[in-house]
Design a protein around this ligand. Structure first.
Ligand SMILES: [Zn+2]
Length: 324
């Protein structure tokens, strides 16, 4: 547990007491929705996951590489230990694709074999459309003899995905949460394409994709939630989350025509968007170590990371409660 989380836990009863006093003093205040308890996420478990996934052993987790396969085996084992149920007879969903481009001799590039990991946390109301929580576990592997560790991109998202999955198993959501660790995002969002080509539930039963990609490097103390430009009805659900978040949760990076500032198609959520499925994407702005070998675990501030994870979890609960 980090100091901020501990401090916040002490604050919550005081805030609740003030809220109750105000409610008693003013009948109007009694109409305000209750503030649910803040979900605390200990930093040590998150950091342990992030360090493991970005370690030398996994060699940058390139899709179709031995390091990628070792990373997958580790995530798969965690899915089972958490108590997620396989979406079919296995957590593993293999797919193949041929990367764009040519070899130096002008030949087509060889097919790459990727594997998505998909588990479910059953909801308390199976009649409701589901939410898909996603994070890509692959990164760019080894280039020029150097390991690209991908601590922020995207060991961080997978670490939060695992924590959120464990929370869901302990205290299920109303709607079923499909937990997807995608492969080959770095080669053109291939895992997300494969997922939606053969989804574990019909597409029209997917209410929302919540995608996590680069959520640990809060160099500015800011985390973005993108996607509300396309789905403005989600804004009232996330405004209270931003108001009580221990970090700055900002909305944006989703305005068409804003070039690279528009993140709508820049990670796996883009495939859901193109399929007409609303998304909320959580991520930080680019930093100097983005897609460099220096994207390492030691650059991550554990306090920001834990607070970002708690904010994502709070948002998931708010979205689960408030979605139509
Ligand atoms: Zn990424």
């Amino acid at each position: 547990m980090n100091d901020c989380a501990a401090a916040r836990r002490h604050l919550v009863p005081a805030v609740a007491a003030v809220a109750m006093a105000l409610a008693l003093a003013s009948p109007l205040r009694a109409q305000a929705p209750p503030v649910p308890p803040w979900p605390s996420v200990p930093a040590d478990g998150l950091m342990a996951s992030l360090r493991t996934l970005s370690s030398e052993e996994f060699e940058g987790r390139g899709a179709g590489t031995p390091g990628g396969a070792r990373a997958r085996a580790w995530v798969r084992e965690r899915f089972g230990a958490i108590g997620l149920k396989p979406a079919s007879d296995s957590f593993e969903h293999p797919f193949s694709f041929t990367p764009r481009g040519r070899t130096q001799d002008g030949a087509e590039l060889a097919a790459v074999h990727g594997v998505n990991l998909i588990g479910t946390c059953p909801g308390t109301d199976p009649t409701l459309p589901v939410m898909v929580l996603s994070a890509h576990y692959d990164h760019v592997g080894v280039r020029g003899g150097e390991i690209f560790h991908g601590a922020d991109d995207n060991a961080s998202g997978v670490a939060v995905l695992l924590e959120a999955a464990a929370h869901c198993i302990r205290q299920p959501f109303r709607r079923t949460l499909i937990v997807a660790a995608f492969d080959a995002e770095e080669m053109g969002l291939q895992g997300a394409h494969a997922f939606l080509a053969a989804p574990p539930v019909a597409r029209d039963r997917v209410a929302l994709n919540v995608n996590l990609d680069m959520v640990a490097r809060g160099d500015k103390g800011e985390l973005y939630a993108a996607g509300l430009h396309h789905s403005p009805t989600l804004r009232p659900l996330l405004d209270p989350v931003a108001a009580r978040a221990p970090i700055r949760l900002l909305f944006g990076h989703d305005t068409p025509g804003s070039g690279n500032d528009d993140w709508t198609l820049q990670s796996d959520h883009g495939v859901f968007h193109e399929a007409g499925i609303p998304f909320v994407y959580f991520g930080v702005e680019d930093h100097p170590d983005y897609h460099r070998p220096t994207d390492t675990a030691d650059k991550v501030n554990p306090v920001f990371f834990a607070n970002a994870a708690a904010t994502v979890l709070d948002a998931l609960r708010a979205l689960d409660a408030g979605l139509e």
